[in-house]
Design a protein around this ligand. Structure first.
Ligand SMILES: Cc1cc2nc3c(=O)[nH]c(=O)nc-3n(C[C@H](O)[C@H](O)[C@H](O)COP(=O)(O)O)c2cc1C
Length: 196
């Protein structure tokens, strides 16, 4: 879904589904809350992602308001504090890197990334905006979400909500808030052998 109040002029160089260029990560959110059904749809999409041996090593802990939300906001770094507290929901994302049997799950971060992309595309289809954040206190995230650090790695946080326009964004966070571009595909995909 193209959100008209956000700046996105992305063009694909080959035939792809429009959702791939329509999704982008704005920092601007309205103060509309998310319904339980909307939240359920986002995690439903995320959990259909593929994973190595179907181990589904992703873990999402979310907060919308109240003390949970204050605790989650406190994990954000200074830059992300300028805009992410406006989003209807914050999600802390963890990857289970040690399985129930004590074995290492080598692809846990990769699998969790797949789940995040499913979440983000579903959000876009629903007219919602998402932005991931690595700029968080990775250690504090464990306590904020009640996660056992022996089995999980903190990956990132997600800001999720209805997309806002420029006025919904604090002036100090406005710069560069538009859809960015990508390297040429010839720089990232090679037939047979990598050539620099
Ligand atoms: C794992 C990850 C960490 C990120 N960390 C931050 C962050 O801390 N703060 C921020 O404003 N954006 C962050 N981003 C957003 C990226 O800058 C953004 O996804 C990238 O520029 C590509 O833009 P797009 O998502 O609009 O396609 C992060 C994105 C990812 C996937």
């Amino acid at each position: 879904m193209v959100v008209e109040n956000l700046k996105n002029s992305r063009k694909a160089a080959a035939a792809i589904e429009p959702m791939f260029t329509e999704r982008w990560s704005s920092k601007s959110f309205t103060n509309d809350s998310l319904s339980d059904d909307q939240i359920a749809s986002l995690f439903e999409a995320a959990h259909w992602a593929p994973s190595s041996s179907n181990k589904q090593p992703w873990l999402f802990v979310y907060a919308t308001d109240g003390p949970d939300r204050e605790r989650f906001n406190s994990v954000l770094n200074e830059q992300n504090c300028k805009w992410a507290p406006n989003a209807a929901m914050l999600v802390l994302v963890f990857a289970r890197t040690v399985g129930e049997d004590g074995g290492k799950i080598r692809t846990a971060q990769f699998d969790t990334g797949a789940a995040w992309m499913s979440f983000a595309l579903q959000a876009n289809r629903m007219g919602l905006n998402t932005r991931a954040m690595g700029g968080i206190d990775l250690d504090a995230a464990y306590a904020a979400a009640g996660i056992d650090r022996a089995s999980f790695e903190t990956v990132c946080a997600l800001a999720v909500g209805a997309p806002g326009n420029e006025e919904d964004l604090a002036p100090e966070a406005r710069e560069g808030n538009s859809a960015n571009g990508r390297k040429d595909v010839s720089e990232i995909a090679f037939k047979g052998k990598f050539t620099s």
